[in-house]
Design a protein around this ligand. Structure first.
Ligand code: NAD
Ligand code: TYD
Length: 359
């Protein structure tokens, strides 16, 4: 791995991954291709923007001229594909954009790799890799006593987001099977940590609590997610790139399954300690209309990545949530910019007013 193309590197996980790779001292060249949608911001990359190993390209993964050009120009040997529309609630409002980016965009990248790596052979085949970053949501929902998702769990995506990611996973698999493109796929659970856009549960709750606004909990709040601190995800991806078997899928998760309400309460408890208020932050919790088709429970079986690659999460939920809250408290400038840009207030209005007016 020498010349890496990261897609979606101005988003939450992609920007953490770029920082992680560059800070780990790797002798690499890294190109970040990002369209800077509402979810992407160069503010996420200020710490590494002037690193001589780093190049930013403002462009779209659906651009079928640009992508092969970048592969040739930078002699790319490794693609790490994060770029996506990533928010389930937005996929319910506007599914079309998810098909364009997540399905057509992924196919455009795969086709460019096929052309440049397999036909033009710009880099020896033994040195190339297409790594696709995907989600546990492709597996659908679990009942209380169902076993956790393994790599053999059948796909059963329930939201337009999950369906578009499942579709992209299938395309990656097909390009490996049909053309011999060297691929790996990771299906990861819910991430949290620094630089997460505040439309997702954890940053939304932190920022609303700090502003004294209602904390919206969908339905009864008993939905269960497996939460992973973002740096642990980055480390897992790096291991899969280094030692993962070609054509294989690896599940990644945090080995914890709290309910959403428990997560919100933990965040309130942390905020009560770190920014004490006259009222406990929990008093801001409001139960609001549920998400249509809301998956009830996710859980990840980590056996494969643990036994094959020796990976396991370093952060517990307790340590990871504390780090996350502390990061948001230490970065008011980032929060202000992100909330001012990107139609954030408009989204909050659209999503929450219809659920019972918590915006
Ligand atoms: P994000 O929404 O924070 O960032 C997505 C990034 O992709 C943004 O920088 C955006 O500008 C860019 N982008 C969107 N469309 C693009 C296009 N057409 N061309 C180029 N760039 C484009 O997403 P995230 O939370 O960082 O997720 C990254 C990846 O990880 C996604 O593929 C997502 O499905 C997957 N994933 C996310 C989670 C999670 O909890 N966030 C969990 C598992 C897997
Ligand atoms: P989210 O962060 O959107 O991630 P995902 O839908 O990919 O799991 O949501 C995490 C959980 O929190 C999910 O069960 C929906 C719930 N949720 C709320 O209860 N309130 C909210 O305001 C949001 C954004 C999410």
């Amino acid at each position: 791995m020498q010349n890496i193309l990261v897609t979606g590197g101005a988003g939450f996980i992609g920007s953490n991954f770029i920082r992680y790779l560059l800070h780990s001292g790797s002798a690499i060249q890294l190109v970040n291709l990002d369209a800077l949608t509402y979810a992407g911001s160069l503010k996420n990359l200020t710490l590494i923007a002037s690193d001589a190993r780093y190049t930013f390209v403002h462009g779209n993964i659906c651009d079928s001229a640009l992508v092969p050009h970048l592969l040739r120009q930078h002699k790319i040997d490794t693609v790490v594909h994060f770029a996506a529309e990533s928010h389930v609630d937005r996929s319910i409002h506007n599914p079309g954009q998810f098909i364009t980016t997540n399905v057509v965009g992924t196919q455009t990248l795969l086709d460019a790799c096929r052309q440049v790596w397999l036909e033009e052979k710009t880099v020896p085949l033994a040195e190339v890799r297409f790594h696709h970053v995907s989600t546990d949501e492709v597996y659908g929902t679990l009942k209380p006593n169902d076993p956790a998702f393994s790599e053999a769990t059948p796909y059963a995506p329930n939201s337009p987001y999950a369906a578009s990611k499942a579709s992209s996973d299938h395309l990656v698999r097909a390009y490996h099977h049909t053309y011999g493109l060297p691929v790996t796929v990771t299906n990861c659970s819910n991430n949290y940590g620094p630089y997460q856009f505040p439309e997702k549960l954890i940053p939304l709750i932190i920022l609303n609590a700090l502003a004294g606004k209602p904390l919206p909990v969908y339905g009864d709040g008993q939905q269960i997610r497996d939460w992973l601190y973002v740096e642990d995800h980055c480390e897992a991806i790096r291991l899969v790139l280094a030692r993962g078997r070609i054509g294989e899928t690896y599940n990644i998760g945090g080995n914890n399954q709290p309910s959403n309400l428990e997560i919100v309460r933990q965040l309130c408890g942390l905020l009560d300690q770190l920014v004490p208020h006259s009222m406990p932050h929990e008093s801001l919790i409001r139960f609001v209309a549920d998400r249509p088709g809301h998956d009830r429970r996710y859980a990840i079986d980590l056996t494969k990545i643990q036994t094959e690659l020796g990976w396991q999460p370093r952060e517990s939920l307790t340590t990871g949530l504390r780090k996350t809250v502390e990061w948001y408290l230490s970065n008011p400038g980032w929060i202000e910019t992100i909330q001012r840009q990107n139609n954030y207030q408009q989204w909050v209005q659209n999503n929450y007013q219809q659920r019972g007016g918590t915006s």
